[in-house]
Design a protein around this ligand. Structure first.
Ligand code: PMP
Length: 352
């Protein structure tokens, strides 16, 4: 019998949110996708590439996409790497910085996939919980771990960490990097991109899966010092972005008017939905993402999930005891959220 590596044999593996086969028959608010389509210019760019390019390998350096991102964010392209979804670059950051037996850290609750990626690498994981003001607990003065992943805005809760906190945290890392996972930053008011320039141990990751409505395309990126980007370039698959993904990324980055219009609608719906849930007695954490974390009056998140599921509305319920009392609901179109609200209002809650 061949022997697997011990950590692979023992790990559970990550289970992403439910992706139904007959997706069109659901209101799907469980994986923070975007309910609006990508920019029409993205669709045109993909169609052009389908007609012209598929028999050729893609540009291994994703040059045009990197140049476009560099222009948008105000960096030299040598500070940018494109990725096959931000998951790919999170994985490669662990491979670059954390060896077997070395430690990485993240906030609990946040994106548990960091832990899975660390397990694959044989790295160990340390998590820091939050108090009721969403302040991380027990952070040491000096932290010797190799990476600290900070999801900002936090997912699934939606709050943000302050710039002051991030600077303080980066300063506590003795030799590690602070990776600010800005998957949801386009829906928020602030970004840590300036810290990539002003501090020498900060990396920012972004995705096209949420604000750009391209989850199915698998595009992400990281912004970091050129030494870090050079290391990540050694590790990644050489053709990590296919031609369609590169064409889509360029067109999406170029169409900032479209991005702004989608973000504006999503934020307006988020504020409306939050207020309406509060009228129903829910506790809703003010969110800077395209989702809200909402706790029903009887603190039974599982029942809300189940009642909505029966009406073919998918939201996310986590069995983790720290967050099992609520549900995370992606903000879809105004119409989807009106239907969802009506379904939530029809649930009878036992008095808490
Ligand atoms: N980070 C966070 C916090 C996420 O929620 C997600 C997607 N669920 C990702 C990273 C990965 O996104 P993608 O690979 O689609 O870019």
């Amino acid at each position: 019998m061949t022997q697997l590596r011990k950590n692979i044999a023992e790990m559970a593996g990550y289970v992403p949110g439910f992706q139904p086969q007959d997706v069109a028959s659901y209101i799907k608010l469980n994986t923070n996708e975007n309910s609006y389509p990508p920019s029409p210019k993205v669709l045109e760019a993909i169609a052009r590439e389908v007609n012209d390019g598929l028999r050729r390998y893609p540009d291994a350096g994703s040059t045009s996409a990197r140049e476009e991102a560099a222009k948008l964010y105000g960096f030299d392209p040598s500070w940018i790497i494109m990725a096959n979804g931000s998951d790919e670059v999170l994985n490669n950051l662990i491979r670059a910085f954390a060896g077997e037996g070395e430690e990485i850290a993240f906030i609990h609750p946040s994106y548990s996939y960091y832990g899975t990626l660390a397990e694959i690498q044989g790295a160990t994981v340390r998590t820091f919980g939050l108090n009721e003001r969403f302040e991380p607990q027990g952070l040491p003065e000096r932290y010797d771990g190799k990476i600290f992943f900070l999801t900002n805005p936090n997912a699934p809760l939606g709050f943000t960490f302050s710039k002051k906190f991030m600077i303080d945290l980066a300063g506590r890392l003795s030799s590690g990097v602070l990776v600010v996972d800005e998957t949801y930053a386009d829906f928020a008011d602030d970004t840590a991109l300036d810290l990539v320039k002003s501090l020498d141990n900060v990396v920012v990751t972004r995705t096209f899966s949420k604000s750009y409505s391209l989850a199915g395309m698998r595009v992400g990126l990281a912004i970091a010092r050129p030494e870090v980007i050079a290391a990540l370039n050694k590790i990644r698959d050489h053709y990590n972005l296919d031609r369609l993904a590169q064409a889509a990324a360029v067109a999406a980055l170029k169409d900032q008017d479209y991005l702004r219009s989608v973000v504006k609608k999503t934020r307006a719906t988020r504020e409306w939905f939050t207020k309406e849930l509060e009228k129903l007695g829910f506790t809703v954490i003010p969110s800077s993402g395209n989702y809200v974390f909402a706790t029903p009056p009887d603190r039974d998140g599982g029942r809300v999930y189940q009642a909505l599921y029966e009406k073919k509305i998918l939201v996310r319920h986590f069995t983790d005891p720290v967050i099992a009392h609520g549900v995370r609901i992606t903000i879809g179109t105004q119409e989807e959220m009106e239907t969802t609200l009506a379904a939530i209002a029809a649930i009878s809650y036992s008095s808490a």
